[in-house]
Design a protein around this ligand. Structure first.
Ligand SMILES: C[S@@+](CC[C@H](N)C(=O)[O-])C[C@H]1O[C@@H](n2cnc3c(N)ncnc32)[C@H](O)[C@@H]1O
Length: 181
């Protein structure tokens, strides 16, 4: 008989994206509905969640903490559970940055999302908008690198697509925790 239990869904590093039906988690909670947690450690038991979303968060960790975060997601997912992980495509973002001209003078990058010169959106896509401590990018992912990371921590199968989101080209991964892990 099919299970009627409500699926457990986590949205890690939710920011302003508070999803109904999800346990929204962030180090800098937007409101009281958000679970406060400092990743990469996850305050959930093993084999707890059916789905985990990590949207534009992985790049906010250095490479070692990025591995640890993916391992934590593996631990907390149920066998057969799915992780949806999206990051900026660093290869595309760097190409936009290098392909754009320098501005005529110094620009303040704080809220500059200009795409006509290097130091607006393209710089923010590489280094983060830096509006608070949780919004610095500390590492980047090509499709090859993301695939190898997810494979390394034990996800299978893994599908990666190129999508447009957050005004840049992104890598959108769907990765399963194997049933027999
Ligand atoms: C660029 S925002 C992404 C927000 C949302 N997920 C989205 O797709 O638009 C990155 C989020 O990661 C959160 N974050 C950064 N470092 C964190 C940490 N160590 N623990 C938990 N959340 C963190 C930030 O507070 C921020 O809300």
């Amino acid at each position: 008989m099919a299970s009627t239990a409500t699926p457990i869904r986590l949205n890690l590093g939710c920011g302003d994206d508070l999803r109904p039906g999800y346990i929204n988690v962030d180090k800098f909670p937007k409101d009281d509905s958000v679970v406060s947690a400092d990743l990469p450690g996850l305050p959930f038991e093993a084999n707890y969640a059916d789905e985990i979303v990590l949207s534009h968060v992985l790049e906010h960790f250095g490479y070692a903490d990025g591995v640890r975060l993916c391992q934590e997601i593996q631990r907390v997912l149920k066998p057969g559970g799915i992780a949806y992980i999206e990051v900026p495509d660093i290869q595309w973002c760097v190409a936009q940055f290098l392909g754009a001209p320098e501005p005529n003078g110094y620009t303040n990058p704080e809220y500059d999302y200009n795409t006509q010169h290097r130091w607006g959106l393209w710089a923010q896509a590489i280094w983060g908008d830096q509006h608070h401590d949780g919004l610095y990018h500390k590492w980047g992912y090509t499709a090859h690198r993301l695939l190898n990371l997810l494979n390394y921590v034990g996800f299978h199968p893994i599908e990666i697509q190129f999508v447009q989101s957050h005004r840049v080209q992104c890598l959108s991964a769907r990765a399963a925790k194997p049933v027999a892990a």
